[in-house]
Each structure stands twice: as structure tokens, then as C-alpha cells.
Design a protein around this ligand. Structure first.
Ligand code: FEO
Length: 388
């Protein structure tokens, strides 16, 4: 439990036991489930935490409120990493009410079988709740990341409680840069909903925000323009970094050798940054994040069952699902008797908007030979010349 401002306390928890966040994302540095208490004439708790940390969370609340009791639990997001302890809260504080919107209460009924009667306070979009000096304004943010999501602005402390927005992987005691794990979190979890994030950013632009209190990751208090700018870049599907990401699938090392040659050639041509990813061996969420981060992408795959290697298939589907667009794309394929990977990869992305395809397609027939090196050089030059 710690102070964020004179009246706002942090009462969240760190999770270092979790194997996979949301059942799929590796979190080597754990995860934080954030929750806050605003102490005023009335006391509001902002969201709960994962089911396994209910006792620790209630203890943190107790330390924050002392002899008093919370009046409200504001439920901004119903995903169980934040809503799982609603029942426990209601049992612990029989005089408290739950604050949410119509969709929140429908989900509370669905998840926990609760009809709250007079224990619910239903708010509308831009509706307010006065705690005394602190007036909370609720701004609906549907699909950032579920339909019931709302964020909350506290005018007194100029704090935005941003739900999943501005969250990241990693517990709060993890010593790591914000952007890397925030980007992987954003594209993994919210990437599909760029338009909705843009809508939220527009609403936030009208507010004087000094503190961002997300549901995961650190409370942001300095240089907020940096975080807002990154969120704007990510949600508008623009590239953040000039450079080439080469994503590859290789079985016997021949396609990998071609990728390494391309990497060398791109560096020789002056490419500011080249990153490579072996899709079978690296974290898929990290690979997807890197594809969205850079302005150019090269897909390199062996031909497999008349299409592409399974990990490449998963990777491209992951990009499509998240609205991959506005990028330059090059293709490399390998096929010992009937190479079809390039055609398949291009077809998979045919509905993606605003992709600039490189004319130079590298086709490797089993092993890298002189003619392959010539094709790789041509692709490297074309990628370097393209400034789309
Ligand atoms: Fe952190 Fe969408 O839950």
C-alpha cells in the first residue's frame, strides 16, 4: 500500500506465480493487478484483483482506509483479472455499493450470478459520482478491451484511471523499460481495437491529465506526452521505428542462411535497424509486436504441405487479426520441388490495407546458391529504396 497522491492509495498486488497471462502470454517478470483507493468524505475502491490475491487486496484496502469502510467499488472492467473479488468485497463490506454501467451489471450477473438490487449504482457515459472533494467522471471506452470498459477521471488530482489502457506485462518490482512490455501487451491484447483506442485518446485530449493509473504496470506520472504519443502511434497502425523485421520459418537451416544474408545486405545498404525472428523458437507475441513496431516486414518461409510452415501461418493470422496495415512487405520462400510459400503468404494478407509489396521475391530451391544471393541483393536494394 502506498500513496499516489494525498488521497489516492495503491492497493494492487504483484503476481510472480502466473505461468501464462490470459491463458497465452508469457510473463517472465510476472504481472501486476492494480487497484486504487480514493479516500474522501466517501471512499471509492477502483477495481479488484485476480482471484488468487483477494486476501492480500482486502488487507491493502484495510491499511489504506484505517477504521473507515469503503462506500463504493468502481468496476471499470469485468475481465476476471480485475473483477474476481467483487463477491468477497461485497461480503466484507455489506454497506458498500458497486459502481458500473448497464453492461457491467449484466456481466456481473453472468459471471457471478449476482443481482445487486440497491447495492448497485448505475452510471451513464460522462456520468459523475461525487466523493466529496473528488468528483469522478466515467467515460465509456468500449472494446478497450471489452465492451463494458469505462475509464474514470478524477478532476481534483487530475488522475485518469485508464483500465487496461497504458498497461504492461510485468510485476511492479520488475526492473525493465516500460515501452517493450507495454508494446507487447498492447499488440497482444488491444491491437485489434485501434479505432476504439483512438476514440478514447480523443476524449482524453480534452482532459488535464497529470497521473495515469492503469490496471497493469506502473502508475505514470512524468512525461505523459511520451506514453500518449506511443499509444497514438500504435492505435493508428503507424510504424514506430524505421527498420526491417524479418520473420522466418526454417527447418534445416537453409532459409535461415538466406535470412542472415538478407540481414547482412540490408545493413550494407544502410538500413537503420534489422531484427530477425525464428517464429518456431521465439515468443509469438514478441514477434507480432516487432512486426507492428517496424515500417518494413520480410516474411521468409519454407513451403509446407503446399502452403507455409505452421508457425508462419499462425504469425500471419496474428497480424491479420490485429489489423496489420500501412507497411512495406517483402517475401522469401524455399521449396525443394514446388515452392508456393510466397504466393500463400501474399494471399493471406490480401485484405490488409495499404501494404506495399516488393517486386523482388526470393525463391530458394533447397539450398542457398549464387542465384539466391543475387535475388537477396535485389530484395535488399528494393527495401532500402522504398520509403513508403
Ligand atoms: Fe487486464 Fe482486459 O483485463
Amino acid at each position: 500500500m502506498r500513496h499516489i497522491t494525498d488521497d489516492i492509495y495503491y492497493v494492487g498486488v504483484n503476481d510472480h506465480e502466473l505461468d501464462l497471462f490470459e491463458g497465452q502470454f508469457e510473463v517472465p517478470n510476472g504481472m501486476a493487478y492494480n487497484s486504487y483507493v480514493i479516500v474522501d468524505e466517501k471512499i471509492a475502491v477502483m477495481d479488484s484483483v485476480d482471484i488468487r490475491f483477494g486476501e492480500e487486496w482486502l488487507q491493502n484496502i484495510k491499511e489504506a482506509v484505517g477504521d473507515r469502510k469503503p462506500d463504493y467499488l468502481v468496476v471499470q472492467h469485468m475481465e476476471p483479472d480485475h473483477s474476481a473479488n467483487i463477491v468477497k468485497f461485497l461480503e466484507t463490506y455489506p454497506g458498500a455499493q458497486i459502481v458500473g454501467n448497464a453492461k457491467t451489471f449484466q456481466m456481473i450477473a453472468n459471471f457471478y450470478g449476482l443481482e445487486l438490487g440497491d447495492r448497485k449504482v448505475t452510471v451513464m457515459n460522462n456520468g459523475t459520482l461525487s466523493l466529496g472533494q473528488h468528483e469522478l467522471t466515467f467515460v465509456f471506452a468500449p472494446m478497450v478491451h471489452w465492451p463494458e470498459v469505462m475509464v474514470t477521471y478524477d478532476k481534483k488530482d487530475k488522475a485518469l484511471f485508464s483500465a487496461d489502457g497504458f498497461g504492461k506485462f510485468g510485476a511492479l518490482d520488475a526492473d525493465e523499460a516500460w515501452a517493450c512490455e507495454a508494446r507487447r501487451y498492447y499488440f497482444g491484447i488491444v491491437g485489434k481495437y485501434g479505432a476504439q483506442v483512438q476514440a478514447l485518446l480523443k476524449k482524453a485530449a480534452d482532459l488535464d491529465i497529470r497521473i495515469i493509473c492503469p490496471l497493469h504496470g506502473p502508475v505514470l506520472t512524468e512525461d505523459l506526452a511520451y506514453y500518449l504519443k506511443l499509444y497514438h502511434t500504435w492505435s493508428s497502425y503507424e510504424a514506430e521505428t524505421e527498420g526491417v523485421m524479418i520473420a522466418y520459418s526454417s527447418v534445416y537451416g537453409n532459409t535461415k542462411k538466406a535470412v542472415e544474408l538478407l540481414e547482412d545486405k540490408l545493413k550494407e545498404c544502410g538500413c537503420p535497424r534489422v531484427v530477425t525472428a525464428d517464429l518456431a523458437r521465439e515468443d509469438m507475441a514478441e514477434c507480432i509486436e516487432d512486426a507492428f513496431r517496424h515500417n518494413k516486414l520480410v516474411l521468409a518461409s519454407i513451403t509446407y504441405n503446399g502452403g507455409v510452415f505452421p508457425h508462419m501461418h499462425t504469425f500471419i493470422e496474428g497480424l491479420k487479426e490485429r489489423g496489420f496495415q500501412n507497411r512495406t512487405v517483402g517475401l522469401m520462400e524455399n521449396g525443394s520441388w514446388a515452392p508456393t510459400a510466397a504466393k500463400t503468404m501474399k494471399a493471406m494478407l490480401e485484405d490488409s490495407k495499404n501494404l506495399t509489396w516488393m517486386e523482388s521475391v526470393v525463391t530458394i530451391k533447397s539450398g542457398v546458391k549464387e542465384d539466391t544471393a543475387v535475388q537477396i541483393e535485389a530484395l535488399a536494394r528494393e527495401l532500402q529504396l522504398d520509403n513508403a
